[in-house]
Design a protein around this ligand. Structure first.
Ligand code: MG
Length: 348
């Protein structure tokens, strides 16, 4: 298990002094070198209005860096126009977006189950009404024991998503069937199988009485198409840092609406990209006519994540009220950012 977390933040400042922040994740020395030697020299002197062209170009070098540049240029463009990100994207359908508390389940100590239960209990006490828990890191028997204890605590009142991180094959997943059948609060089962096994997903979807979710590592909207045309998933889970720019990310959201499939964004490593996922979700039409404002939740990392403090935003009763000011509508905590700055030492 990793004992550290990393995140790479960039700031672009225009000649007239307008700032925009971007965020990506990868091996830090690679990102540092890539930005210093290629991306910064390339961006210097270019007009912000050409941002799609620039993001497209950087994508060929490094898709994840392109995602960061896309965020920064989007913020700058909104500020130039004097509008919020949501206004620039067509306007908000809603002021609040639901989030679910996302847990890792496993910890180093022997009583990981007890630790996991106490983490979940804390989140529920703080008002979350939906959670996601990991399985697949232990034997199915151990994980099932744990999930039965989790469910006893939730008492059917809290929505539960289960994330297997591509740990199973079809047969192993079906061993969950009898439990899942009796869990009406189940929101979805996430990535039980390897993501490229699309046919197996379609087969599983027709056999298992549980909505299936997946696709957090899918890099372009086009790569979601096979899942949609093969009816392999009930939810797609794009991540604004894994698609090569916010445009591509939002294309994935639109695709989900066109195919009538729900979209619940994966956002784990960074607080800025999570904010963009929330903005995009606010601007997305409802997925259903059942409720006036039916919108899928965004992932909210409930584990210890110091980077979350860089963005002053926290949920209240499982919802985020979006900032509505110009650009991203809030300021990053640059003092804290300086405190966490990587000193160039090796890590691993
Ligand atoms: Mg996942």
């Amino acid at each position: 298990m990793k004992s550290y977390r990393t995140c790479f933040l960039i700031r672009i400042i225009t000649d007239s002094g307008i700032e925009g922040w971007g965020e990506c994740v990868d091996w830090l020395p690679t990102l540092q070198k890539g930005f210093q030697e290629r991306i910064i020299p390339y961006l210097m002197g270019k007009p912000v209005v050409d941002r799609a062209k620039m993001v497209q170009h950087i994508k060929k070098w490094h898709a994840r860096s392109a995602a960061a540049v896309s965020m920064a240029l989007t913020e700058i463009m909104a500020k130039k126009m004097g509008v919020s990100i949501c206004d620039m994207w067509g306007g908000k359908f809603r002021e609040k977006v639901p989030v679910y508390a996302s847990f890792q389940s496993y910890s180093e100590d022997g009583s990981w189950q007890r630790k996991s239960l106490s983490d979940i209990e804390k989140a529920i006490r703080s008002g979350f009404d939906r959670i996601k828990v990991k399985v697949g890191g232990k034997t199915i028997t151990e994980d099932q024991e744990h999930m039965v204890s989790v469910q006893a605590m939730l008492e059917g009142k809290i929505g539960l998503a289960i994330d297997a991180n591509q740990s199973y094959d079809l047969a192993a997943t079906l061993r969950w069937q009898s439990l899942l059948d009796h869990w009406p609060n189940l929101l979805w089962l996430e990535e039980p199988l390897k993501t490229d096994h699309i046919t197996d997903y379609a087969l599983l979807r027709s056999r298992l009485n549980a909505p299936l979710a997946g696709g957090e590592n899918v890099e372009t909207a086009a790569k979601f198409l096979p899942f949609l045309t093969e009816h392999a998933l009930d939810f797609i889970t794009p991540d604004p840092m894994h698609t090569s720019g916010l445009e591509g990310y939002r294309e994935a959201l639109s695709l989900s609406r066109l195919f009538g499939i729900r979209v619940t964004p994966h956002t784990y490593d960074g607080a800025l990209s999570r904010l963009y996922a929330l903005f995009a979700q606010a601007c997305l039409e409802p997925w259903s006519k059942m409720e006036a404002d039916a919108i899928e939740p965004v992932e909210w990392d409930a584990m210890e994540n110091p980077f979350a403090e860089l963005i002053p935003l926290s949920p209240s009763f499982g919802n985020i009220t979006l900032p509505s000011g110009i650009g991203i509508g809030l300021e990053l905590d640059v003092d804290r950012l300086a405190f966490y700055q990587w000193d160039g030492a090796s890590y691993g």
